[in-house]
Design a protein around this ligand. Structure first.
Ligand code: GDP
Length: 297
């Protein structure tokens, strides 16, 4: 399970402080040291760890904590709040277009889970927000991608627009949006090509797709298992495309959690959804506060 080792270590630390009738500055220092090590071991970005630890330390030695009747519990509350803040605080809602259709662009490296997430999210939003989705297959470089999207669309009964792999992705997107409008689809999800690495050709093409599709959301799909790499990828994509959100996939795996904990802080982009498995219903809106309480037990 994701975060298992981090959760175990933090819970151990919190247990030591929970029942204390008095908490000294030395206790707080010891707690902060253990939290720091646990986060570093979970592959959280070291700058993020540094500012996080100094924040909890500052708050935990504050008067309202040390003078309270249950200082141990107050310290834990501080850690929990700051952990939730680190992941974005309140849940970040989807942006819908004031004038339909709402357009969502999926970008990311190959294998991150773009195609799967586009289909999952089309299905999710159709049910949750009563929308009529269409998906556009704009990944013309990976031959199986178009077929994969069509198969998923077939399973979910969601139409997929394709012009095959001989037409430019920008043109596919332009025509796909025309067709969606003509057929009164109020939600358009665009699956784009991934590469093995971030490169300029990919970015130029994505910028052009962005320019013709005016997306309401640009979601970077990242694989939680890739740790700090996921954070670097997010920074590069964000610099060029101004992402509106991240979908973090494979949180059902045994990721240490570093990417999930760092990405918001480093890039300013919130995680909006998490992928929890390969099945089509395995996607959930991301709630930082719930995740923080899960980690702290
Ligand atoms: P793309 O190249 O970015 O379009 O990636 P795909 O959508 O083809 O996904 C790559 C692989 O990751 C596929 O085998 C998916 O089933 C798998 N996958 C995607 N999301 C998740 C997830 O949340 N959990 C798990 N366990 N597997 C996932």
């Amino acid at each position: 399970m994701a975060f298992e080792s981090l959760a175990g270590r933090l819970q151990e630390t919190m247990k030591k402080i929970r029942g204390k009738g008095k908490v000294s500055e030395a206790d707080v220092k010891q707690m902060a040291r253990e939290v720091r090590l646990a986060l570093l071991e979970a592959d959280v970005n070291f700058k993020v760890v540094k500012s996080f630890v100094s924040r909890i330390q500052e708050r935990a030695v504050g008067q309202e904590v040390l003078k309270s009747l249950t200082p141990g519990q107050q310290v834990i509350k501080v850690v929990q709040e700051e952990l939730a803040n680190l992941m974005g605080g309140d849940q970040t809602k989807l942006n819908f277009a004031l004038k339909p259709p709402t357009v969502i662009l999926f970008v990311g490296l190959q294998g991150a889970g773009k195609t799967t997430s586009a289909a999952k999210l089309a299905n999710f939003i159709r049910k949750a927000n009563n929308k009529k989705p269409m998906m556009i297959a704009a990944d013309v470089y990976r031959p199986a991608a178009i077929k994969q999207l069509q198969t998923l669309g077939g399973q979910l009964n969601i139409p997929v627009f394709t012009l095959g792999d001989k037409v430019s992705p920008v043109e596919i997107v332009r025509q796909g949006i025309e067709q969606a409008k003509a057929e009164h689809n109020d939600l358009i999800l665009i699956d784009t090509a991934g590469r093995l690495h971030v490169d300029d050709v990919l970015m130029d093409e994505l910028e052009q797709i962005k320019a013709v599709s005016h997306p309401d959301e640009i979601f970077l799909v990242v694989d939680a298992m890739t740790g700090q790499d996921a954070v670097n990828v997010a920074s590069s994509f964000n610099d060029r495309l101004d992402l509106t959100g991240v979908i973090m996939t494979k949180l059902d795996g045994d990721t240490r959690g570093g990417a999930a904990l760092s990405i918001r802080s480093v890039t300013g982009t919130p995680i909006k959804f998490v992928g929890m498995g390969e099945k089509m219903d395995a996607i959930e809106p991301f709630h930082p506060d719930r995740m923080a309480s899960r980690i702290l037990g």
